[in-house]
Write a protein that binds this ligand. Structure first.
Ligand code: UD1
Ligand code: MG
Length: 494
């Protein structure tokens, strides 16, 4: 038999995450645990930390708005089990439902500690969970609660200790005496339990409290009455235990997570000009020497290369910005921006936009499902859809790629080193060959061969003297008379 190494990190047997409550204080049609912070639901943050502790089993207790929660879990955490709490009779009742549900699925409780967490404390880190299990194991306690000292403990259960400082019980805010309400050490709602203690105490919970619920927190007092030892592990960072019960707390936790993420990026060499207005989701990849300017957001599926500058006022969704590119005041969704390229200001990139190295998509340009080759430019006021543009081409100001005939979308293909004149309309499907030009103001409905110029507009006719005849005595007429007199006296009536 091999003994496990004594310094091996403690690993939980089972993690139970409570997510069945009604979340009444959110006043929302969306389940509380599905409210996102930085793009990921509260429950997802908890489960991501849990996954890093490598438990043998994870079960989420679902009930209220169960379909929504189960659907999310099936999509994002398919290996997590669920147990149903049909009526929400309290956190203790919820854990009982979890254990019953697991038994029905043939999962046996081993000897390792059972961790219980709430789905509404998204800032918990895996390190703190690992520390909780380590303290629990080291102190041979029957129950270990993760506690924290908060300046404003209102709303949380309080940790009641005896004269020796040993944990006696947890008292809920609504059940606390005014003296207990002074206690600053709070219950995070996270615990490590010995499986036997948990099962035995859960069977003895009552609803004798102000909310008429079976409180999980009462397990501590029951364990003490049984003569077992109860300990508390105080979180190093009290921010980790923030429970979300309303939208103000949701915003506060979001800001804390934002700061945590931004600090980690800055420590790794990313410049974040104003960390209070940079919203970087967990999962976003930022290379050292990337710069995030004010008021900008980078979602979980985006990346920013070395030396690239994003912002100010820019949103990246599922977008890759390669090294040295700049994206200013733009909204980019599903785009690839090549190295050294320039985007913005006021640019809208939609899914499927690929901009080659050193290319440019400028002010008031919208691009959808189009590839723009290396060094090619769409500098001003254009719509580009379903297009392929070669290298070194220039699309003049206010060019529209008319890709939609009212029923179907059609492609436009533009070669290398093409010059599309300003205010052209390219009616797809259409192709413009390498090195070709289009005249400004053209409506191009037929292909333009390589090296040709496509001109598709009315010819200009100047009718001399029209103003003097048709607008006599007007300011325009006298200006014209003065100009013509200066150039060529008397030529006005030719
Ligand atoms: C709970 C704790 C409190 C602690 C706080 C930390 C109890 C009695 N109180 O209070 O001591 O300071 O968390 O944030 O445990 N849930 C169920 N089924 C239920 C009831 C709740 O699954 O029947 C789930 C909820 O979905 C939620 C979690 O349990 O994810 C906590 O419930 P909540 O109502 O938020 O408890 P708090 O009042 O915050
Ligand atoms: Mg809560």
């Amino acid at each position: 038999m091999t003994e496990p190494a004594s310094d091996a990190p403690a690993r939980p047997g089972l993690v139970v995450v409570l997510a069945a409550g009604a979340g009444t204080r959110m006043k929302s049609d969306l389940a509380k645990v599905l409210h996102p912070i930085l793009g990921r639901p509260l429950l997802g943050h908890v489960l991501a930390s849990v996954a890093q502790t490598q438990p043998h089993n994870v079960v989420v207790v679902v009930g209220h708005q169960r379909d929504q929660v189960e659907q999310y879990l099936a999509q994002e955490f398919p290996s997590v089990r669920t147990a149903v709490q049909v009526e929400q009779n309290g956190t203790g009742h919820a854990v009982r439902c979890a254990l019953e549900g697991l038994a029905a699925q043939g999962v046996e409780l081993g000897a390792e500690p059972v961790i219980v967490l709430a789905g509404d404390t998204p800032l918990i880190s895996s390190d703190t969970l690992t520390d909780l299990v380590a303290t629990h194991t080291r102190t041979h306690a029957a129950v270990t609660v993760l506690s924290a000292e908060l300046n404003d403990p209102f709303g949380y259960g309080r940790i009641v200790r005896d004269a020796d400082g040993d944990v006696l019980a947890i008292v809920e805010q609504k059940d606390a005496t005014s003296q207990q309400a002074q206690i600053n050490e709070i219950n995070s709602g996270m615990f490590a339990f010995n499986p036997d203690t948990l099962v035995s105490a859960l069977a003895r919970l009552t609803t004798d409290n102000s909310q008429g619920e079976e409180y999980l927190t009462d397990v501590l007092a029951i364990a003490r009455e049984d003569g077992l030892s109860v300990s508390a592990h105080k979180a190093n960072d009290p921010d980790e235990v923030h429970g979300i019960n309303n939208r103000a707390q949701l915003a506060a936790a979001t800001a804390l997570l934002r700061d945590r993420i931004n600090t980690a990026h800055m420590v790794s060499g990313v410049t974040i000009v104003d960390p209070a207005t940079a919203w970087i989701e967990p999962g976003a990849v930022l290379a050292p020497d990337a710069v995030i300017e004010r008021n900008s957001a980078v979602d979980a599926h985006s990346s920013v290369g070395a030396g690239a500058v994003v912002g100010p006022d820019t949103t990246l969704l599922g977008t890759t910005v390669e090294a040295g590119a700049r994206v200013v005041r733009s909204h980019c969704d599903g785009a690839l921006i090549g190295s050294g390229a320039n985007v913005g200001p006021f640019t809208f990139l939609r899914p499927g936009t690929i901009l080659g190295a050193r290319g440019k998509i400028g002010a008031f340009v919208e691009v959808k499902k189009s590839t723009i080759g290396e060094g090619s430019k769409v500098p001003h006021l254009s719509y580009v859809g379903d297009a392929t543009i070669g290298e070194g081409s220039n699309i003049g100001a206010a060019t529209i790629f008319a890709n939609y005939d009212g029923e179907k979308k059609h492609p436009t293909v533009i070669g290398n080193h093409v010059r599309v004149g300003s205010d052209s309309i390219l009616v797809a499907p259409v192709a413009i060959g390498d090195g070709a030009y289009t005249a400004a103001g053209s409506v191009i409905t037929e292909d333009v061969p390589a090296g040709a110029i496509g001109i598709a507009r009315g010819r200009q006719v100047n009718v001399n003297g029209w103003v003097a005849r048709s607008r006599p005595n007007s300011d325009s007429a006298s200006s014209a008379a003065a100009a013509n007199g200066a150039n060529d006296s008397g030529s006005e009536h030719e």
